[in-house]
Design a protein around this ligand. Sequence first.
Ligand code: 13P
Length: 253
Amino acid sequence: MSMRKNIVAGNWKMNKNLQEGIALAKELNEALKEKSVHCDVIIGTPFIHLASVVDVVDSNHIGVAAQNCADKAAGAYTGEVSAAMVASTGAKYVILGHSERRAYYHETPEILKEKVLLALANGLTPIFCIGEVLEERVSGKHFEVVKSQMEASLFDLPANDFGKIILAYEPVWAIGTGKTATAAQAQEMHAFIREALTGKYGAAVAGNASILYGGSCNAANAKELFSNPDVDGGLIGGASLSVDKFMPIIEAF
Ligand code: 13P
Protein backbone atom coordinates (compact mmCIF):
# COMPACT_ATOMS: atom_id res chain seq x y z
CA MET A 1 0.00 0.00 0.00
CA SER A 2 1.67 3.19 -1.08
CA MET A 3 1.61 6.35 0.99
CA ARG A 4 1.90 8.73 -1.90
CA LYS A 5 -0.01 11.98 -1.92
CA ASN A 6 -2.29 13.36 -4.56
CA ILE A 7 -1.29 16.93 -5.27
CA VAL A 8 -2.65 19.75 -7.39
CA ALA A 9 -0.08 22.52 -7.75
CA GLY A 10 -0.51 25.84 -9.51
CA ASN A 11 2.35 27.53 -11.32
CA TRP A 12 1.46 31.17 -11.79
CA LYS A 13 4.60 31.74 -13.90
CA MET A 14 5.21 35.49 -14.50
CA ASN A 15 1.61 36.56 -13.96
CA LYS A 16 -0.18 38.71 -11.35
CA ASN A 17 1.20 41.79 -9.65
CA LEU A 18 1.49 41.69 -5.87
CA GLN A 19 -2.04 42.90 -5.14
CA GLU A 20 -3.59 40.56 -7.70
CA GLY A 21 -1.59 37.64 -6.36
CA ILE A 22 -2.63 38.28 -2.76
CA ALA A 23 -6.26 38.58 -3.87
CA LEU A 24 -6.09 35.28 -5.77
CA ALA A 25 -4.44 33.49 -2.85
CA LYS A 26 -7.08 34.83 -0.43
CA GLU A 27 -9.91 33.81 -2.73
CA LEU A 28 -8.51 30.29 -3.12
CA ASN A 29 -8.02 30.04 0.62
CA GLU A 30 -11.67 30.99 1.21
CA ALA A 31 -12.87 28.50 -1.40
CA LEU A 32 -10.85 25.68 0.16
CA LYS A 33 -12.13 26.46 3.66
CA GLU A 34 -15.64 25.55 2.60
CA LYS A 35 -14.77 22.22 0.98
CA SER A 36 -13.12 19.04 2.05
CA VAL A 37 -10.78 18.20 -0.79
CA HIS A 38 -8.92 14.97 -1.46
CA CYS A 39 -5.51 16.25 -2.45
CA ASP A 40 -2.80 18.63 -1.26
CA VAL A 41 -2.95 22.07 -2.85
CA ILE A 42 0.15 24.13 -3.65
CA ILE A 43 0.51 27.50 -5.36
CA GLY A 44 3.76 28.53 -7.04
CA THR A 45 4.09 32.31 -7.05
CA PRO A 46 6.75 34.76 -8.18
CA PHE A 47 9.40 35.44 -5.52
CA ILE A 48 8.04 38.84 -4.58
CA HIS A 49 4.66 37.36 -3.64
CA LEU A 50 5.91 34.59 -1.41
CA ALA A 51 5.97 36.22 2.04
CA SER A 52 2.63 37.99 1.54
CA VAL A 53 0.91 34.90 0.16
CA VAL A 54 2.24 32.74 3.00
CA ASP A 55 0.72 35.32 5.33
CA VAL A 56 -2.81 35.17 3.90
CA VAL A 57 -3.25 31.42 3.36
CA ASP A 58 -3.94 28.72 5.91
CA SER A 59 -0.97 26.36 5.71
CA ASN A 60 -3.31 23.46 6.47
CA HIS A 61 -5.02 24.09 3.13
CA ILE A 62 -2.41 25.59 0.86
CA GLY A 63 1.35 25.09 0.51
CA VAL A 64 3.36 27.83 -1.12
CA ALA A 65 6.09 27.28 -3.70
CA ALA A 66 8.72 29.42 -5.36
CA GLN A 67 9.24 28.85 -9.08
CA ASN A 68 13.03 28.80 -8.91
CA CYS A 69 15.98 29.34 -6.60
CA ALA A 70 19.66 30.13 -7.08
CA ASP A 71 22.30 27.47 -7.68
CA LYS A 72 24.57 29.19 -5.14
CA ALA A 73 24.06 29.41 -1.39
CA ALA A 74 24.74 33.14 -0.88
CA GLY A 75 26.97 35.99 -1.88
CA ALA A 76 27.68 38.31 -4.79
CA TYR A 77 25.09 37.02 -7.28
CA THR A 78 23.13 40.14 -8.18
CA GLY A 79 19.46 39.49 -8.87
CA GLU A 80 19.40 35.92 -7.57
CA VAL A 81 17.24 34.52 -4.75
CA SER A 82 18.66 31.72 -2.61
CA ALA A 83 16.89 28.62 -1.35
CA ALA A 84 17.49 29.90 2.20
CA MET A 85 15.71 33.17 1.34
CA VAL A 86 12.78 31.25 -0.14
CA ALA A 87 12.56 29.13 3.01
CA SER A 88 12.68 32.24 5.21
CA THR A 89 9.39 33.44 3.67
CA GLY A 90 7.60 30.34 4.94
CA ALA A 91 7.33 28.77 1.49
CA LYS A 92 7.77 25.01 1.71
CA TYR A 93 8.26 24.07 -1.94
CA VAL A 94 10.25 25.14 -4.97
CA ILE A 95 9.55 24.30 -8.60
CA LEU A 96 12.85 23.39 -10.26
CA GLY A 97 13.79 22.43 -13.80
CA HIS A 98 10.70 23.82 -15.47
CA SER A 99 11.12 23.58 -19.24
CA GLU A 100 10.83 27.38 -19.52
CA ARG A 101 13.83 27.74 -17.18
CA ARG A 102 15.75 25.09 -19.12
CA ALA A 103 14.93 26.60 -22.52
CA TYR A 104 14.99 30.37 -21.90
CA TYR A 105 17.47 30.66 -19.02
CA HIS A 106 19.81 27.87 -20.05
CA GLU A 107 19.49 25.84 -16.87
CA THR A 108 21.52 22.70 -17.40
CA PRO A 109 21.12 19.38 -15.60
CA GLU A 110 24.27 20.22 -13.60
CA ILE A 111 22.90 23.60 -12.48
CA LEU A 112 19.62 21.93 -11.55
CA LYS A 113 21.46 19.36 -9.51
CA GLU A 114 22.97 22.17 -7.42
CA LYS A 115 19.56 23.81 -7.00
CA VAL A 116 18.02 20.55 -5.83
CA LEU A 117 20.78 20.09 -3.24
CA LEU A 118 20.38 23.64 -1.94
CA ALA A 119 16.59 23.32 -1.81
CA LEU A 120 16.83 20.11 0.21
CA ALA A 121 19.51 21.56 2.48
CA ASN A 122 17.12 24.39 3.30
CA GLY A 123 14.17 22.16 4.01
CA LEU A 124 12.31 22.93 0.80
CA THR A 125 10.52 20.23 -1.19
CA PRO A 126 11.54 20.40 -4.85
CA ILE A 127 8.84 19.95 -7.46
CA PHE A 128 11.17 18.75 -10.18
CA CYS A 129 9.99 19.05 -13.78
CA ILE A 130 10.97 16.71 -16.58
CA GLY A 131 9.62 16.26 -20.08
CA GLU A 132 10.48 15.97 -23.74
CA VAL A 133 10.06 18.43 -26.61
CA LEU A 134 7.96 17.54 -29.62
CA GLU A 135 10.81 16.37 -31.87
CA GLU A 136 11.98 14.01 -29.17
CA ARG A 137 8.53 12.45 -28.91
CA VAL A 138 8.11 12.24 -32.67
CA SER A 139 11.44 10.49 -32.99
CA GLY A 140 10.59 8.10 -30.17
CA LYS A 141 13.24 9.42 -27.76
CA HIS A 142 10.84 10.64 -25.06
CA PHE A 143 11.44 7.83 -22.57
CA GLU A 144 15.20 8.10 -22.90
CA VAL A 145 15.09 11.91 -22.54
CA VAL A 146 12.97 11.82 -19.40
CA LYS A 147 15.11 9.13 -17.81
CA SER A 148 18.32 11.00 -18.55
CA GLN A 149 16.89 14.22 -17.07
CA MET A 150 16.29 12.33 -13.81
CA GLU A 151 19.66 10.60 -13.92
CA ALA A 152 21.57 13.83 -14.53
CA SER A 153 19.97 15.93 -11.79
CA LEU A 154 18.47 13.56 -9.21
CA PHE A 155 19.89 10.06 -9.25
CA ASP A 156 22.99 10.90 -7.25
CA LEU A 157 20.72 11.64 -4.28
CA PRO A 158 20.53 9.07 -1.51
CA ALA A 159 17.11 7.36 -1.30
CA ASN A 160 16.16 9.31 1.79
CA ASP A 161 16.59 12.64 -0.02
CA PHE A 162 15.09 11.42 -3.26
CA GLY A 163 12.03 10.43 -1.27
CA LYS A 164 11.37 14.11 -0.49
CA ILE A 165 11.05 15.09 -4.14
CA ILE A 166 7.82 15.60 -6.09
CA LEU A 167 8.17 14.90 -9.80
CA ALA A 168 6.22 16.67 -12.52
CA TYR A 169 6.10 15.21 -16.01
CA GLU A 170 5.45 18.09 -18.37
CA PRO A 171 5.70 17.26 -22.06
CA VAL A 172 6.91 20.57 -23.49
CA TRP A 173 4.61 20.26 -26.52
CA ALA A 174 1.62 20.28 -24.17
CA ILE A 175 2.56 23.37 -22.15
CA GLY A 176 0.37 26.37 -22.88
CA THR A 177 -0.62 24.90 -26.22
CA GLY A 178 -4.04 23.50 -25.40
CA LYS A 179 -2.68 20.14 -26.61
CA THR A 180 -2.91 17.89 -23.56
CA ALA A 181 -1.20 14.55 -23.52
CA THR A 182 -3.88 11.90 -23.70
CA ALA A 183 -4.60 10.07 -20.48
CA ALA A 184 -2.94 7.02 -22.05
CA GLN A 185 0.21 8.97 -22.98
CA ALA A 186 0.42 10.40 -19.46
CA GLN A 187 -0.10 7.02 -17.80
CA GLU A 188 2.45 5.36 -20.09
CA MET A 189 5.13 7.91 -19.22
CA HIS A 190 4.29 8.02 -15.51
CA ALA A 191 4.49 4.22 -15.32
CA PHE A 192 7.84 4.39 -17.12
CA ILE A 193 9.10 6.99 -14.63
CA ARG A 194 7.97 4.88 -11.68
CA GLU A 195 9.67 1.85 -13.18
CA ALA A 196 12.89 3.84 -13.52
CA LEU A 197 12.57 4.87 -9.85
CA THR A 198 12.00 1.26 -8.88
CA GLY A 199 15.18 0.28 -10.73
CA LYS A 200 17.19 3.01 -9.00
CA TYR A 201 15.66 3.27 -5.52
CA GLY A 202 13.46 0.21 -5.09
CA ALA A 203 9.73 -0.37 -5.03
CA ALA A 204 9.00 1.40 -1.74
CA VAL A 205 10.54 4.74 -2.75
CA ALA A 206 9.01 4.48 -6.24
CA GLY A 207 5.61 3.64 -4.83
CA ASN A 208 5.65 6.62 -2.50
CA ALA A 209 6.77 9.17 -5.12
CA SER A 210 4.11 11.62 -6.27
CA ILE A 211 4.34 12.11 -10.03
CA LEU A 212 2.29 15.05 -11.32
CA TYR A 213 1.22 15.69 -14.90
CA GLY A 214 1.53 19.18 -16.40
CA GLY A 215 0.59 20.63 -19.77
CA SER A 216 -2.79 22.17 -20.65
CA CYS A 217 -4.45 20.42 -17.74
CA ASN A 218 -7.87 21.92 -17.08
CA ALA A 219 -11.27 21.31 -15.54
CA ALA A 220 -12.40 19.32 -18.56
CA ASN A 221 -9.51 16.83 -18.70
CA ALA A 222 -8.27 16.64 -15.10
CA LYS A 223 -10.53 13.84 -13.98
CA GLU A 224 -9.51 11.54 -16.80
CA LEU A 225 -5.81 12.33 -16.34
CA PHE A 226 -5.92 11.89 -12.55
CA SER A 227 -7.84 8.61 -12.76
CA ASN A 228 -4.72 6.86 -14.05
CA PRO A 229 -2.96 4.77 -11.42
CA ASP A 230 0.42 6.49 -11.85
CA VAL A 231 -0.82 10.07 -12.26
CA ASP A 232 -0.83 11.54 -8.76
CA GLY A 233 -2.01 15.02 -9.62
CA GLY A 234 -1.18 18.00 -11.76
CA LEU A 235 1.07 21.01 -12.18
CA ILE A 236 -1.23 23.65 -13.59
CA GLY A 237 -0.21 26.81 -15.44
CA GLY A 238 -2.92 28.88 -17.11
CA ALA A 239 -5.82 27.28 -15.28
CA SER A 240 -4.30 28.12 -11.87
CA LEU A 241 -4.73 31.85 -12.47
CA SER A 242 -8.36 31.97 -11.40
CA VAL A 243 -10.23 30.17 -8.64
CA ASP A 244 -13.04 29.34 -11.07
CA LYS A 245 -10.68 27.34 -13.24
CA PHE A 246 -8.40 25.97 -10.52
CA MET A 247 -10.99 24.69 -8.02
CA PRO A 248 -12.60 22.17 -10.41
CA ILE A 249 -9.15 20.67 -11.05
CA ILE A 250 -8.60 20.31 -7.30
CA GLU A 251 -12.04 18.78 -7.02
CA ALA A 252 -11.25 16.27 -9.75
CA PHE A 253 -9.84 14.18 -6.86
P1 13P B 1 -0.26 25.16 -18.77
O1 13P B 1 -1.16 24.49 -17.77
O2 13P B 1 -0.56 26.61 -18.95
O3 13P B 1 -0.16 24.38 -20.04
O4 13P B 1 1.21 25.14 -18.12
C1 13P B 1 1.70 23.96 -17.59
C2 13P B 1 2.94 24.24 -16.87
O5 13P B 1 3.96 24.56 -17.45
C3 13P B 1 2.92 24.18 -15.40
O6 13P B 1 4.20 24.26 -14.87
